[in-house]
Ligand binder design. Sequence first.
Ligand SMILES: [Zn+2]
Length: 86
Amino acid sequence: MNDTEAAEEITVLCPICNRTHTYPIDVDRSLIMYFEAPRDTTPKERSFTKLFICLKTGEDFQGTVTLLESVYERILDLTVRSPQDG
Ligand SMILES: [Zn+2]
């Protein structure tokens, strides 16, 4: 098995310092194989509530992340990583 690391990132508005912070995320996706084309190929929005750490104060807060999920994949989970600066 080969774990590909998608370099994705998200930006959330921090309720503690009222600024936006950007965090790298790991998205756990599972691909779906269709033998026939699915009827509806509109991507769906999937929301996850995660804990973030304010990059300014170090306090944590809950934020909601919305990702688009295509019909060919299922987003199982996502992990928020802390940005490593410097
Ligand atoms: Zn903040």
